[in-house]
Design a protein around this ligand. Sequence first.
Ligand code: CTP
Length: 396
Amino acid sequence: MKNERKVLRNKSILLGITGGVSAYKSIDLIRRLREEGALVTVIMTEAAKHFVTPLSLEVASQNKVFSDLYADTMAHISLPAGADIMVVAPATANTIGKFAHGIADNLLSLSFLSFKGKVVMAPAMNWRMYENPVFRKNLDTLLNLGVIQVGPEKGSLACGEEGIGRMAEVPDIIEATKGALTINDLADENILVTAGPTREYLDPVRFLSNRSSGKMGYALARAALRRGAQVTLISGPSSLPQPKGVKFIPVDAAGDMHSAVNRELVSSTILIMSAAVSDFMPAEKSGEKIDKTGKLFLKLTATPDILSAVAKKKNRPFIVGFAAETGRKLEKARKKLKHKNMDLIVFNDVTEAGSGFDVETNKVVLIDKKKESELPLLNKDDVADAILDRIVELRA
Ligand code: CTP
């Protein structure tokens, strides 16, 4: 795809794998990093070899796997020197303890000491160890030094117990790695993103809704987070995973979304209304399931126009709206920008190939008071970054 902006493309990632059960996930992590265009070099500890074989990692990374300090005497200097970022996943309590105290008794801990870039770490262990004050102290030492932590999660642990300690999922580790490699040009912004459809109920089981998947809004939330913003994501029903690190507020109907936006607005500098808010709702909602008796005539009434209401407020944030049209109705979008008093509108023609609902791509035109930019067909992550780039320009 043209103009693809992959944060990880040609980035050299030094992946440390230590001795935890979740080391098997490293194969998938390597595969996904390589799909994003990264070059992965693995350093594994001896303990990690109990959980995953060097050969599997060599095949997955298409690269030599390092672990013996004395087999490659200068590797602890040359590997970190050539890396853009270091990722340690899983990171055991033992390795975190060593890192925190400058103990350098294997290739990985030595490499950590000689590495000058950012380090992303995905701790994984039993919850008792994770909550242990000695471990917490070590972890805090590293966090205070700027090490970036991702996970762990709550859930069923390898030992059969439930609790916190599961290694973060691979997409979250990838996201944290991308974030670490991205310039924080939105660090001063507090961004409120709405996403997905809304549901307007006729009765307790039936509703009016639309085909929005939430993909564009979730991509915007993730991209903004990566670029250092504080992000609140107000989402209508969506099957997408909740992005880690955002304040997530699930809502159902347009009215709920409106209330949530009003509540969160106070602290927001930017509002991105990517939700496909239903324009109509049943005029009356039946408290009980409507019986199937003859014809049913629905009386609909307009939902509150969230964007317009916010745009009328005195201390309003910077407002980005969307215009999903059937056909290339750019003039309609230009008018909408004006009469809804938006700062930027993102136009897309949902009938165009690759631009419809529930697809990974989008082809948009960004329209503001000064400029119109037509973007090529891009994946939604790249569209999100292009929208944020324009916001940054307009707010400069
Ligand atoms: N929007 C909103 N509240 C609504 C409806 C839409 O805040 N009740 C927001 C959407 O999130 C989107 C923008 O307004 O950012 C879309 O504007 P709108 O005029 O509603 O678009 P359409 O539904 O396409 O309207 P029309 O049929 O008038 O073109």
